[in-house]
Design a protein around this ligand. Structure first.
Ligand code: FAD
Ligand code: NAI
Length: 465
C-alpha cells in the first residue's frame, strides 16, 4: 500500500493534518497506539481537564456565589462519580467524532504502534501482534509528549499522580500538594480546591506561570491566594515518603537552606512535559533529537527528506492549537500549496477562574529585546459588566510596538478572557494598531469593552476610569 503521507500519532496535530490532507485529496493514513484518536488533548488533557474545571466551577458557584445573587439552594452536595462520568462522556463523544472525521475524509486509521524503518517506510505493530509495513512519500511525526518525571519520586497515579491521575481521583483529597505552578498545576489544583481540598503549590521559581507577563502573573497569584491556594515559591520538592495513611513531602528552598516537610494525601507532579519519541525509529532515517529530546525542524516543519514533525514532539509551545496549525500547514505543503504558521500569534489560555489569556510578546521579552513599546491598561473593576456580574478581578494590558504602531502583545486576567483573546488574534493577524481596536465599536455592556479601553490607553485616552 503506498500513501502520500503517513501520520504517526492521532492527537490534535496528527488528526487535523489528516483531515486537511484528506480534504486536499491526498492518500493518507494515521497510526495511533492508544486505541482512541484525539491524543493527549482529548483523552487526558485539554478536554477532560476543561470538563472538570467547568463542573467544579458550577459546584463552587452553587455553594459560594448563588446566595449572594439571591438564589437560595439547600442540600448542595458533590456527586464525584457523576462529575467524572460527564467528563468521560465528553471525551468519548469527541474521540468518536474524530474517528468519524477520518472516515469522512477517507483517511485510513490504523490502530497500533508506528515505527519508521527507513526512508518512506513505516511499520505498524497492531495490538494483536500483527505487523504490516506502509510505503509513503511523506512521514509526519505527531507523537506528542508525556509528563516529565521528578527524579526520585515514583508516580503511582493513585497518591502520587501526574495530570492523568489527577483527572481521575476517586475521592477529594484532604490535602493536595502540587509540584509546579504551571498551567496543569493551577488548573487541576483549582479543580480539587473547589471540590474541597486544601491546596499548596510548590514552585521552584519565584513566580507562578513563569512564561506569563509578570504583572499579569502577579495579579493572578493574588487572586488564587484569595481563593485559598497556598504557595511555596522558590522551593523544590526533594522527596515524598509514605506516612501512615498519608504522605510527607520534603521541600527545600531552591537556593539552598533548611528542608521542611508538608503533609499531603495526594501529590500532583506537574513540572512540564517532554517529547515522546520512544520506539519511533529515528535512527533509521538519521534524525537526531536536541538536548531536551525534541525533534528539530528547518523552520518549515521539515525534519528530514520526506519527514515532517509537529506539535509537542517538536520545538515551540506545547499547545493543541499550535499542533493543529502545524498539521494544517504540513498537509498544505505536501499538497503543493502554501503552508504557514504565525508563531507570533499563538494564544495561551489558563482555564482557571478567572482565566488568564495572553498572546504575543510580554513586557519582559520586549525589554530584553530592546524593542520600544507603549502600554495601555484597564482594570475590570472599572468595567460595567464586570461590576454588574460581581466579577471585577483582573485587568487587560495592550502592548504596541512604537516603530511599527502594531499591537505586539496582549495579556489579560479576568472572567471570560479565554474567549475574548480571539478578537486580539484576528486584530494582530491583520496588523492592527491599538487605535484600530480603540476605534472599533464594542457591544455594551460587555467584558470585551475592557480591551477597547486598554487599547485607548496606549494613546492616553482611556475614558471609563
Ligand atoms: P498528542 O496529543 O500528545 O498526541 C500524540 C499521540 O501520538 C498520542 O495519542 C500517542 O498515543 C500517539 N503516539 C505516540 N507515539 C506513537 C507511535 N510511535 N505510534 C502510534 N502512536 C503514537 N493544550 C491546549 O492548547 N489547551 C488546553 O486546554 C490544554 N490542556 C491540557 C491539559 C492537560 C492536563 C495536559 C496534559 C495537556 C493540555 N494541553 C492543552 C496540551 C495539549 O494536550 C498538547 O499540546 C497537545 O495534545 C499536543 O498535540 P500533539 O498532536 O502534538 O500530541
Ligand atoms: P509548565 O511548564 O506550564 O509548568 C511547570 C512549572 O513547574 C514551572 O513553573 C516550573 O518552573 C516548575 N518546576 C519545574 N521543575 C520543578 C521542580 N523540580 N520543583 C518545583 N517546580 C518545578 O508545565 P505543566 O503545567 O506541567 O504543563 C505542561 C504543558 O502542558 C505546558 O507547557 C502547557 O503548554 C500544556 N498545558 C496547556 C494548558 C492550557 O493551554 N490551558 C493546560 C495544561 C497543560
Amino acid at each position: 500500500m503506498s500513501y502520500d503521507l503517513v501520520i504517526i500519532g492521532g492527537g490534535p496535530g496528527g488528526y487535523n493534518c489528516a483531515i486537511r490532507a484528506g480534504q486536499l485529496g491526498l492518500k493518507t493514513a494515521i497510526i495511533e497506539s492508544r486505541g482512541k484518536l484525539g491524543g493527549t488533548c482529548l483523552n487526558v488533557g485539554c478536554i477532560p481537564s476543561k470538563a472538570l474545571l467547568h463542573a467544579s466551577e458550577y459546584f463552587e458557584a452553587a455553594t459560594k456565589t448563588f446566595p449572594s445573587m439571591g438564589v437560595k439552594l439547600s442540600g448542595v452536595e458533590l456527586d464525584l462519580p457523576q462529575m467524572m462520568k460527564q467528563k468521560e462522556d465528553a471525551v468519548d463523544g469527541l474521540t468518536k467524532g474524530v474517528e468519524f472525521l477520518m472516515r469522512k475524509n477517507k483517511v485510513d486509521y490504523l490502530k497500533g504502534f508506528g515505527t519508521i524503518t527507513g526512508k518512506g517506510r513505516v511499520e505498524v505493530a497492531g495490538s494483536d501482534g500483527a505487523k504490516q509495513t506502509l510505503e509513503t512519500r511523506n512521514i509526519v511525526i505527531a507523537t506528542g509528549s508525556e509528563p516529565t518525571p521528578l527524579p526520585g519520586i515514583n508516580i503511582d497515579e493513585e497518591r502520587v499522580v501526574s495530570s492523568t491521575g489527577a483527572l481521575s481521583l476517586k475521592q477529594v483529597p484532604g490535602k493536595l500538594i502540587v509540584v509546579g505552578a504551571g498551567v496543569i498545576g493551577l488548573e487541576l489544583g483549582s479543580v480539587w480546591r473547589r471540590l474541597g481540598a486544601e491546596v499548596t503549590v510548590v514552585e521552584f521559581l519565584d513566580k507562578i506561570t513563569p512564561t506569563v507577563d509578570t504583572e499579569i502573573a502577579t495579579a493572578f497569584q493574588k487572586i488564587l491566594k484569595k481563593q485559598g491556594v497556598k504557595f511555596e515559591l522558590g522551593h523544590k520538592v526533594t522527596g515524598v515518603q509514605e506516612s501512615g495513611a498519608g504522605l510527607q513531602v520534603t521541600i527545600e528552598p531552591a537556593k539552598g537552606g533548611q528542608a521542611r516537610t508538608l503533609d499531603a494525601d495526594v501529590v500532583l507532579v506537574a513540572i512540564g512535559r517532554r517529547p515522546f519519541t520512544k520506539g519511533l525509529g529515528l535512527d533509521s532515517i538519521g534524525i537526531k533529537t536536541d538536548a531536551r529530546g525534541f525533534i528539530p525542524h528547518d523552520g518549515h516543519l521539515k525534519a528530514g527528506e520526506g519527514v515532517y514533525v509537529l506539535g509537542d514532539a517538536t520545538t515551540g509551545a506545547m499547545l493543541a492549537h499550535k499542533a493543529e496549525e502545524e498539521g494544517i500547514a504540513i498537509a498544505q505543503m505536501i499538497a503543493g500549496q502554501w503552508g504557514h504558521v504565525n508563531y507570533d500569534v499563538i494564544p495561551n489560555v489558563i482555564y482557571t477562574y478567572p482565566e488568564v489569556a495572553t498572546v504575543g510578546k510580554t513586557e519582559e521579552e520586549l525589554k530584553a529585546a530592546g524593542i520600544e513599546y507603549k502600554v495601555g491598561k484597564f482594570q475590570f473593576m472599572a468595567n460595567s459588566r464586570a461590576r454588574t456580574n460581581h466579577e471585577t478581578d483582573g485587568l487587560v494590558k495592550v502592548l504596541e510596538e512604537v516603530a511599527t504602531k502594531k499591537v505586539i502583545g496582549v495579556h489579560m486576567v479576568g472572567v471570560g478572557v479565554g474567549e475574548m483573546i480571539g478578537e486580539i488574534c484576528v486584530a494582530m493577524e491583520f496588523g492592527a494598531s491599538a487605535e484600530d481596536i480603540a476605534r472599533t465599536c464594542h457591544a455594551h455592556p460587555t467584558m470585551a469593552e475592557a480591551i477597547r479601553e486598554a487599547a485607548k490607553g496606549v494613546d492616553g485616552w482611556v475614558m471609563q476610569s
